[in-house]
Design a protein around this ligand. Structure first.
Ligand SMILES: *[C@@H]1O[C@H](CO)[C@@H](O)[C@H](O)[C@H]1NC(C)=O
Ligand SMILES: *[C@@H]1O[C@H](CO)[C@@H](O)[C@H](O)[C@H]1NC(C)=O
Ligand SMILES: *[C@@H]1O[C@H](CO)[C@@H](O)[C@H](O)[C@H]1NC(C)=O
Ligand SMILES: *[C@@H]1O[C@H](CO)[C@@H](O)[C@H](O)[C@H]1NC(C)=O
Ligand SMILES: *[C@@H]1O[C@H](CO)[C@@H](O)[C@H](O)[C@H]1NC(C)=O
Ligand SMILES: *[C@@H]1O[C@H](CO)[C@@H](O)[C@H](O)[C@H]1NC(C)=O
Ligand SMILES: *[C@@H]1O[C@H](CO)[C@@H](O)[C@H](O)[C@H]1NC(C)=O
Ligand SMILES: *[C@@H]1O[C@H](CO)[C@@H](O)[C@H](O)[C@H]1NC(C)=O
Ligand SMILES: *[C@@H]1O[C@H](CO)[C@@H](O)[C@H](O)[C@H]1NC(C)=O
Ligand SMILES: *[C@@H]1O[C@H](CO)[C@@H](O)[C@H](O)[C@H]1NC(C)=O
Ligand SMILES: *[C@@H]1O[C@H](CO)[C@@H](O)[C@H](O)[C@H]1NC(C)=O
Ligand SMILES: *[C@@H]1O[C@H](CO)[C@@H](O)[C@H](O)[C@H]1NC(C)=O
Ligand SMILES: [Ca+2]
Length: 536
């Protein structure tokens, strides 16, 4: 397998013969690290990874030759976390940490990193199975492991094992995650600014307290199920079609994609029941609900709590964790957060108010919110952060990404720091949460970001046919960190078929606040015919 990043030919010997529990246990013991190596096996090229212990995640296939290990470690607080390591025979001299994505060790995304030649790690953040499984949160120290500590310790011990194995430190260190993994990415940049040279934070649910309560708040707009103001879920598609009809041309190009939802004015009246339509329309009270859905959550005294979902996200509203039909129980994760993590077992969505939000902020169990906006130490370390969202994401609305950017800029600007020197925000038109696009839009969403490749196939990495920093966000980050070239845009790709991975459409995704503007002639599926411009 080839890599665009130069590979160091590690003495082939060591790779296979030293891939044993004993070898790694000896390294850890000599270092005084309280940890057990519980798995070590060398895989020949083109193997399928077989994790004997975890069945919940997809196992990567067609791997380059690698040593794979799993370590169970104990913190100074007596809690445990587990992590996996892939150590390729042909190493690109770099370290890659795939964030946990709400479940077990993310072997799938470690596999993606491995295919580029990275020594790759990932942790379960201190519990087997999904975040919501078991009762691990009964120990406050375990909540810290989940919130940030296991990621940091895995960074430290992981790099140590890489150095022990290859006899040299990684030259560069990278971290990437989406959603809850995007939160972990933000947390690393804030709490441990020296851990990584480059970080990708995708669709981050960075403001844990507000994010979790907002998802519950959304359901209250529709509650109780079946009431006068509750919009039937079957109407979400109808609303989406009308919004698309109006917003598609408003961005200046009729291409089926809403590229500028925040700049779109939607006239809701065509959706209003006026006596002549059949049931595919909204009553006055339902229209009122629709207004609320597209509005920020603002509490007493104009206190901003969270951003709203955008035009073009309607297809996701009925998915679990989103707006739903007003019935309780659509929001398992948010109830878990409220009742178990925040420790309010008898509270439900109907108890939401400013006081509860304030209580959540004050408590913030485990300090999991990544809302320390002072990225000055991260900047001063020379590190770079790529942050992106999808405009059609109804799970983590992009507005909260813009809010993060503005808060962060306001915090570092007085210190004389220009965020452009270390930070870029991209908002991908028509991308849902982490991956995918509504079939009505077919927007070029794929940039080979965290979880994207593994969501499509167990053997994919990067952008097939376009393995370069212009099309691949991880390579864009590497290019920025190592070559000093900041990405002004990343070209998104669309596959007409998620099995054959045939790319039929490409489009630049511009660094916020610029947007891709059609030059006026040429194929609209060709990225060359677009340029990044300030539209306002
Ligand atoms: C491989 O392991 C052997 C035995 O533990 C050790 O002597 C040797 O130094 C190791 N090689 C490398 C490259 O770590
Ligand atoms: C363990 O490894 C770390 C990282 O290389 C190093 O800083 C530390 O000094 C080592 N500790 C011991 C006791 O060898
Ligand atoms: C890799 O393995 C797959 C089966 O898992 C096989 O179809 C394919 O031909 C193999 N490729 C190479 C290059 O050996
Ligand atoms: C995985 O399973 C193997 C064999 O079933 C066992 O020896 C090993 O301890 C297990 N490792 C972990 C991490 O549970
Ligand atoms: C290692 O940790 C995992 C999850 O934390 C656990 O399921 C497994 O039983 C542990 N294995 C050993 C051998 O301790
Ligand atoms: C929470 O973490 C941030 C860094 O992310 C840190 O600045 C802050 O002091 C921590 N808060 C508490 C209460 O530990
Ligand atoms: C009722 O709404 C439909 C759909 O927007 C529209 O075609 C029709 O003209 C409207 N009728 C009246 C009387 O406004
Ligand atoms: C209701 O009207 C919509 C659009 O006006 C149409 O798509 C739908 O098929 C109609 N449904 C029925 C049951 O007539
Ligand atoms: C409403 O949503 C809940 C949770 O997803 C589901 O169990 C229920 O069946 C839905 N009700 C209707 C009428 O679709
Ligand atoms: C929750 O409600 C139950 C039953 O109403 C009650 O027994 C329990 O004490 C309450 N728990 C808390 C923490 O308020
Ligand atoms: C960094 O620059 C070198 C030299 O121009 C180039 O070959 C390499 O591809 C660049 N790295 C990335 C990740 O683009
Ligand atoms: C890929 O898409 C192009 C453009 O639609 C088409 O011409 C070509 O046949 C497709 N290739 C495959 C392998 O599907
Ligand atoms: Ca358009």
């Amino acid at each position: 397998m080839k890599s665009i990043l130069p590979l160091l030919a590690v003495p082939a010997v060591a790779a296979a013969t030293n891939c044993s529990i004993e070898t790694f246990q000896a390294y850890l013991d000599a270092n005084g690290t309280n940890a057990q190596v519980v798995y070590a096996r060398h895989y020949a090229e083109n193997s399928t990874f077989v994790n004997p212990n975890v069945t919940a995640v997809e196992n990567p296939t067609e791997l380059p030759a690698t040593c794979a290990i799993q370590v169970n470690a104990t913190t100074d607080f007596g809690t445990h976390y587990s992590f996996g390591v892939f150590l390729p025979d042909n190493w690109n001299e770099r370290f890659f940490h795939a964030a946990q994505e709400g479940a077990d060790i993310n072997w799938a995304d470690m596999g993606v990193g491995l295919r580029y030649g990275f020594a790759s790690v990932a942790t379960d953040t201190g519990h087997a199975g999904s975040d919501m499984g078991g009762t691990w949160w009964e120990n406050p120290e375990s909540i810290k492991d989940w919130a940030w500590r296991a990621n940091h310790l895995t960074s430290v011990v992981g790099k140590f094992l890489v150095e022990s194995f290859y006899g040299q430190k990684p030259k560069y260190n990278y971290f990437a995650g989406c959603s809850t993994g995007g939160r972990q990415a933000m947390k690393e940049s804030q709490a441990f600014p020296l851990d990584y040279d480059g970080i990708i934070s995708a669709c981050p649910a960075w403001w844990t307290t507000h994010q979790q309560l907002w998802n519950l708040w959304q359901t209250t707009l529709q509650a109780p199920e079946g009431s006068d103001h509750s919009i039937p879920m079957s109407m979400f598609t109808v609303i989406g079609e009308e919004v698309l009809r109006q917003c598609d041309p408003q961005d200046g190009l009729v291409d089926g994609i809403i590229s500028d939802p925040l700049g779109c004015n939607v006239d809701y009246l065509p959706l209003l029941c006026n006596g002549t339509q059949n049931s595919s329309c909204l009553t006055g009270p339902q229209l009122d609900t629709l207004h609320k859905i597209y509005s920020d959550w603002v509490e007493t005294d104009q206190t901003f709590v969270y951003s709203h979902v955008e035009y073009g996200s309607e297809i996701m509203w009925s998915e679990s964790g989103n707006i739903g039909n007003g019935s309780a129980g659509n929001e398992a994760q948010q109830y878990w957060y409220l009742q178990e993590i925040l420790g309010m077992p008898n509270f439900t969505a109907s108890d939401l108010n400013l006081k509860l939000v304030e209580y959540a902020d004050k408590t913030d169990p485990g300090n999991s919110s990544a809302n320390d906006f002072n990225l000055a130490p991260f900047y001063k370390s020379g590190a770079k952060l790529i942050h992106y969202h999808g405009h059609s994401d109804a799970t983590v609305p992009p507005g909260i990404g813009i809010y993060f950017r503005d808060q962060m800029a306001a915090t570092v600007a007085p210190q004389g720091i220009d965020i452009d020197d270390f930070y870029r925000l991209f908002i991908i038109p028509g991308m849902e949460h982490c991956s995918g696009t509504p079939s009505a839009m077919n927007a070029p969403w794929y940039i080979a970001g965290p979880t994207q490749a593994s969501s499509l196939s167990s053997s994919l990495y990067g952008v097939p046919g376009y393995r370069d920093a212009k099309h691949d966000v991880l390579l864009a980050l590497v290019n920025w960190v190592e070559n000093g070239t900041a990405p002004e845009y990343i070209i998104g790709s669309f596959f007409d078929n998620d099995e054959t991975l045939n790319i039929t459409k490409q489009r630049p995704i511009c660094a916020y606040p610029k947007q891709a503007k059609y030059k006026g002639s040429g194929d609209i599926n060709d990225a060359d015919n677009f340029e990044c411009k300030l539209l306002y």
